[in-house]
Design a protein around this ligand. Structure first.
Ligand SMILES: [Zn+2]
Length: 587
């Protein structure tokens, strides 16, 4: 039976008969069904959360407006089992790995990819975080083999992902040199050879899954902003082209081989009104909506990710037909169920049959026993590292920014980065990107901070580096914090400064001249002055659109960011949250 419209989204207002049932066959027709049912179960932005995520990351607003505990691999598996029928294909929209907790990250996310294979996942779009450790490492995750530096995990030889990773808009900059790169990636790799006028894909663009005698084509897409948000070194041979253009090429290709039931899995999405039901559509039209509305009318469904929001929207495709556009939150807290019917003759999806429902992965059901054991095994593996105390804090140190854009935790990390790079790299100041401070340091057990806690805050294994900037270049960097221009506060990213760097910015001043009175150790900075600046390799590569860092000279590479942070946590006993008085804001 259909539940209330709030709980389910019915496209085109069709009177659905229940997603899993075959359409009724008229008495005078042959016995063969005219349509066959297909159920998609989708996950996005899992980020290696094998254990139930904690704090805000482990809570979700449900369909009734209640905030409930959600997520955890054993609960995902239990919910998936309950929702899976014989017509089901499990899919995902990227960021399944990367920026993950230590239990997964310590083994280069092999445990998470193995879990997703056990879950029955068939196809996943790559997300930007799939490139965190570089393209070569992503290929190893896809194909198998032990890590070139760290060797095999405690589970032995890595055998590769049991699902297809797809990314239609990920191409080689120089195609000819790498044209054999897709060898060994299965049927999806062979299809790519057809697409000569496209450039050379660095990943399979599509994956075709058969269900009930009909083929379903899945097109993978990742945000074209990926080069701005991952370290440049690991993706230096790649380009990330327009998502809509790539989707339309992939759609044509699928049609060429007779696949008309087409689903986009896109790692890009929109924001919603806080606290909304996961089944509502208050998505603020942005990058995700552009893709969902503009891709070829042959594409029937757009499942999205990246913005960590849950929504079910009905948008118009370019031909004016309704199309589902959805996302399922993040960290494994939501499973998106899409029921649809495919016409056996035309092999196309009947749009009017599409019904979607976001299910919150509650923890009030019995967790899956096998997956519970699997997670426990990895928890035991990593516990000797994770449970080691590395310092003490007097109270919670939050990563929540004050109005200047500084956060106590960001400032603490910047201080640690300066301390760790002073001797080797002659660093004079440090700057930390706020998006890399992934979680607060919560106060628990008399303030003890473990390595696992620290890792949750700094999970990227970025290298600390030092470059020389002139005073003028430093000012440019600080001006680039306001990337959205004068009228767009939403994209402002305030770098977390070490304690000895102070400056003022003006909210009302023109874009490009907001920053003034830059001082290091109290001394005004001159344009010509040479300054050794410690930042992570993500920023050195121009990450978060801080292009001016790329002008830095005399690069020195130092320790990992997590090691610098752990050293800093061990310095005072206990550590109090640093003041947030390094940046002065004027109107
Ligand atoms: Zn993402």
């Amino acid at each position: 039976m259909m539940s209330r419209s709030l709980l389910r989204l019915v496209l085109a207002g069709a009177v659905a008969t229940g997603g899993a049932l075959l359409a009724a066959v008229p008495a005078d027709a042959s016995n063969a069904p005219k349509t066959v049912p297909v159920r998609l179960l989708a996950l996005n932005d899992f980020h290696g959360n094998l254990e139930p995520p904690t704090g805000n990351s482990g809570r979700m607003v449900d369909e009734h407006g209640n905030t409930v505990d959600a997520g955890g691999a054993a609960y995902i598996a239990a919910h998936m089992k309950a929702l899976t029928d014989k017509n089901t294909i499990a899919v995902a929209q990227g960021d399944l790995i990367g920026a993950s907790p230590l239990i997964s990250a310590a083994y280069h996310d092999e445990p998470s990819v193995e879990f997703l294979g056990k879950l029955g996942l068939k196809v996943a779009a790559v997300g930007n975080h799939e490139f965190d450790e570089g393209y070569a490492e992503l290929r190893r995750i896809m194909k198998g083999g032990c890590h070139p530096v760290d060797g095999c995990s405690p589970a032995g030889q890595w055998t590769g992902a049991k699902y297809d990773y797809v990314g239609a808009n990920v191409l080689f900059k120089n195609g000819d040199a790498k044209s054999d790169a897709l060898e060994g990636l299965g049927h999806a790799g062979q299809i790519t050879k057809l697409m000569k006028d496209w450039g050379v894909p660095a990943l399979p663009p599509v994956s075709i899954q058969w269900m009930n005698g009909v083929p379903i084509g899945f097109i993978g897409l990742v945000t074209q902003t990926t080069p701005n948000i991952v370290s440049s070194d690991g993706i230096k041979d790649l380009k990330f082209v327009d998502e809509v253009k790539a989707a339309n090429m992939a759609s044509k290709l699928l049609k060429l081989v007779g696949v008309k039931a087409q689903v986009v899995l896109v790692h890009e999405g929109d924001q919603v009104t806080a606290g909304q039901s996961p089944d509502a559509c208050s998505a603020v039209p942005g990058a995700g909506n552009r893709i969902a509305t503009q891709v070829d009318p042959e594409i029937d469904v757009v499942l999205s990710g990246h913005s960590h929001q849950a929504y079910l929207c009905k948008v118009k495709d370019p031909a004016g037909h309704d199309r589902l556009y959805s996302q399922g939150g993040s960290f494994g807290r939501v499973i998106t169920q899409v029921d649809l019917k495919v016409d056996v003759k035309s092999r196309d999806i009947d749009r009017a049959s599409v019904v979607a429902d976001n299910h919150v992965v509650t923890r009030t059901i019995e967790p899956d026993g096998d997956i519970n054991d699997f997670v426990k095994l990895w928890k035991d593996n990593v516990s000797s590292v994770a449970d080691k105390p590395v310092g003490k804090i007097t109270e919670e140190i939050t990563n929540k920014a004050v109005p200047s854009g500084e956060s106590p935790l960001g400032n603490l990390i910047a201080d640690g980065q300066l301390a760790a790079t002073k001797a080797g790299g002659n660093a004079q100041i440090a700057l930390m990107n706020p998006g890399g401070v992934r979680a607060p340091l919560s106060y628990k057990g008399e303030g003890v901070v473990t390595y696992g806690d620290a890792f949750t805050v700094q999970p990227f294994n970025n290298l600390l580096q030092v470059v020389t900037l002139t005073g003028a270049q430093l000012k440019t960097v600080l001006e680039q914090q306001f990337t959205g221009g004068p009228n767009n506060q939403a994209f402002t990213k305030i770098l977390q400064p070490s304690a000895n760097l102070t400056y003022t910015y003006s909210n009302s001043a023109a874009w490009g001249s907001k920053v003034s009175d830059i001082r290091i150790d109290g001394q005004p900075v001159t344009d010509a002055q040479q300054i050794r600046v410690a930042v992570n390799n993500f920023l050195v590569g121009g990450g978060d659109a801080f292009a001016a860092f790329k002008d830095g000279k005399d690069l020195w590479s130092g320790p990992l960011d997590i090691d610098a942070f752990v050293d800093q946590l061990g310095k005072d006993n206990p550590i109090a949250p640093p003041a947030t008085n390094r940046i002065k804001v004027v109107d």
